[in-house]
Design a binder for this molecule. Structure first.
Ligand SMILES: NC(=O)c1ccc[n+]([C@@H]2O[C@H](COP(=O)([O-])OP(=O)(O)OC[C@H]3O[C@@H](n4cnc5c(N)ncnc54)[C@H](OP(=O)(O)O)[C@@H]3O)[C@@H](O)[C@H]2O)c1
Length: 309
């Protein structure tokens, strides 16, 4: 298959593109800069210069492909600054890709987040069958699922906290905060659960989704149903040699800043249906083992060491 991939130069793209190529697909990756084009080429794909905001350009690329994987997300500010704008832009991109593929039967695999469901009010263990009528990123996933009724073999992959290589998802933020403040805090009793997956398992799931997911699938790229936030903080505290301690909600908001919402979210997520539907078995290391790797705590030369409260 000739696959058009947005976000090919990003973290998830660095796992998905090589997986597709190794399986015999050819990949054209969207690239908005020379740097991104070089990253896409280094993965063995062909770069197509363009921007997620160029909807006619996205539609043309989708029409020229046999299938589309949408990983791009126009959020350059790691805080909350432009999140609403990025979410709105994502919905416009999904609509443009979906319209271009309407009636073709081609696959469109997009990306959501398990956390979006929790933030939209879902409580309890999230399964692939659970939805919300509306919400941040939830609107895009609902739009993708609806494309199944318009002749698109659509699927959305809900990603949890993805870790591996140089990144640990939200845990990277917790390391930075603990290093800066000299305490590895958690909220309340720290029993909030983060679903997680190792980056090495993600590419295989996207490939399977592209090749064979039934139209209108919601899929969970989840290896660990829920890793406790207190356990995360304990590894960080031990590795940095700082105390580990609880905070109440107000203090946590001040301490964690934009990360507070993630730290406080209880988001246990099952992937039972996804594993069965796509014969997907994640095997990568768990989040706590990955977090225990000293490489994540190495400081660049000259950087300030851990603060002391
Ligand atoms: N990583 C996780 O733990 C996680 C968890 C849940 C959901 N997700 C979702 O998974 C998707 C991929 O995430 P990621 O971790 O791979 O993010 P990332 O490393 O930041 O990559 C984002 C990708 O989008 C591209 N992009 C951003 N703005 C663009 C624009 N205006 N035009 C064209 N391309 C643009 C980036 O290109 P450049 O290379 O030029 O920057 C990059 O290829 C996102 O939707 C993200 O929200 C990720």
């Amino acid at each position: 298959m000739h696959v058009f991939v947005t976000g090919a130069s990003g973290y998830i793209g660095s796992a998905v593109v090589p997986e597709l190529i190794a399986a015999g697909h050819t990949v054209t990756g969207l690239a908005r800069s020379d740097r991104a084009a070089a990253a896409v080429a280094a993965l063995g794909a062909t770069a197509r210069r363009g921007d997620l905001a160029d909807l006619p350009g996205l539609a043309a690329a989708a029409r020229e492909a046999d299938g589309v994987v949408h990983l791009g997300f126009a959020r350059d500010d790691p805080g909350w600054g432009d999140l609403a704008a990025a979410v709105a832009a994502d919905l416009r991109a999904v609509d443009a890709l979906g319209a271009a593929l309407t009636g073709t039967g081609k696959p469109l695999v997009t990306t959501g987040a398990t956390l979006s469901l929790a933030l939209a009010g879902f409580r309890g263990e999230l399964t692939e069958h659970d939805t919300r009528p509306a919400g941040m990123r939830v609107d895009a996933e609902n739009a993708v699922v609806a494309l199944a009724g318009r002749g698109v073999r659509s699927a959305v992959v809900r990603l949890p906290n993805v870790h591996g290589g140089s990144r640990l998802g939200f845990a990277s933020g917790l390391i930075a905060v603990a290093r800066a403040t000299g305490v590895a805090h958690y909220l309340g009793d720290g029993a909030q659960r983060w679903p997680s997956v190792h980056i090495g398992d993600v590419g295989g799931l996207y490939r399977r989704a592209l090749e064979s997911a039934p139209a209108g699938s919601r899929l969970h790229a989840v290896a660990e149903e829920g890793v406790g936030v207190r356990a995360v903080s304990e590894v960080i505290g031990r590795r940095l040699g700082v105390p580990v301690a609880p905070l109440d909600a107000d203090a946590a908001r001040r301490h964690f800043g934009h990360l507070a919402m993630f730290v406080g979210a209880d988001n246990p997520t099952s992937s039972r249906s996804t594993r069965a539907a796509l014969d997907w078995t994640p095997g990568g290391p768990g989040l706590l083992d990955d977090l225990d790797d000293p490489a994540h705590y190495a400081l660049p030369a000259g950087a300030p060491a851990v603060a002391r409260p």
